[in-house]
Design a protein. Structure first.
Length: 276
């Protein structure tokens, strides 16, 4: 990414609007599905226990999705919903490939939220083990159904990976250009100051708010309020959202580099008092 470009974060205003729209569409689908289940199925029948459970699961998902509509940056809720449906479908419906796609959706939203940014290999291994274990539970349906379901899962997984490969290949050149210079220039955001840049560097380094406040001789509340404002200007939801988007970036302020910002002294308004 060149110095004159701004990174488009996961939690940009446009993406948050899309998250709200997706949540509303999902709510609509679940409401229609639940109403149809109630109208056209005998819920009191003992054989329809699974259907009753499905409707209860739908109602829970609808409630959680309303939270996403109000707070679209909480996409971790989407992971919970996706994994819940994935577990239920894979465990009870071996021929329903939707369980695979819901699992993929859950993992994808975890990636977007930054859950896999740390200990990535370990978390990937745990994710694969969980998915394999879920599919192995289908053995109880008999070898024929289990093998058919396994072949379907492998087939759809292969097609999905091919799609990812081709999409990644199509944008690979742009990615290489953009990743060659990972610099976040805070000067491009008119409402931010050099001190904000230094605080963001400290956030990258896992410095706590208490420590920042102590070093700046400010209250913890003032530091938190200012950084909340900074996150909103950068169009990230919160501290975790910032680290998800910019943990690997060098932070500059115009021609002032990361190392210079670390050593700088600031005025009360956040501007630089002197350079070392």
């Amino acid at each position: 990414m060149s110095n004159n470009q701004k990174k488009k974060p996961v939690f940009s205003k446009l993406n948050l609007l899309c998250f709200r729209l997706f949540a509303i569409i999902a709510i609509s689908i679940l409401i229609i599905t639940t109403i149809c289940n109630i109208l056209y199925d005998d819920l009191l029948s003992s054989s329809n226990f699974v259907l009753i459970f499905d409707n209860a699961q739908n109602l829970l998902a609808i409630i959680l999705l309303f939270v996403v509509v109000i707070f679209p940056h909480k996409i971790g809720i989407c992971s919970v919903i996706s994994f819940l449906y994935s577990i239920t479908i894979i465990f009870t419906e071996p021929s329903n490939v939707m369980g695979l796609f819901m699992f993929i959706l859950g993992v994808s939203s975890c990636y977007a939220r930054g859950y896999y940014n740390t200990h990535r290999k370990l978390k990937n291994i745990i994710t694969i083990i969980c998915f394999v274990f879920l599919n192995l539970t289908q053995i109880r349906f008999g070898s024929k159904i289990f093998v058919e379901s396994l072949i379907q899962t492998i087939g759809f997984s292969f097609v999905f990976l091919l799609c990812v490969f081709f999409i990644k290949a199509a944008i690979w050149n742009d990615f290489q250009v953009n990743s060659s210079s990972k610099i976040l220039n805070i000067n491009h955001y008119k409402k931010l100051t050099p001190r904000d840049a230094r605080w963001l560097i400290e956030i990258q380094q896992k410095v706590k708010y208490d420590t920042i406040a102590l070093n700046e001789k400010m209250s913890v509340g003032s530091v938190k309020n200012r950084l909340s404002f900074v996150y909103s200007v950068l169009e990230v939801a919160d501290k975790q959202g910032f680290l998800t988007e910019y943990s690997q970036f060098e932070i500059h302020y115009d021609d002032i580099t990361t190392e210079m910002l670390k050593k700088a002294k600031f005025k009360q308004d956040g501007s630089i008092a002197e350079r070392n």
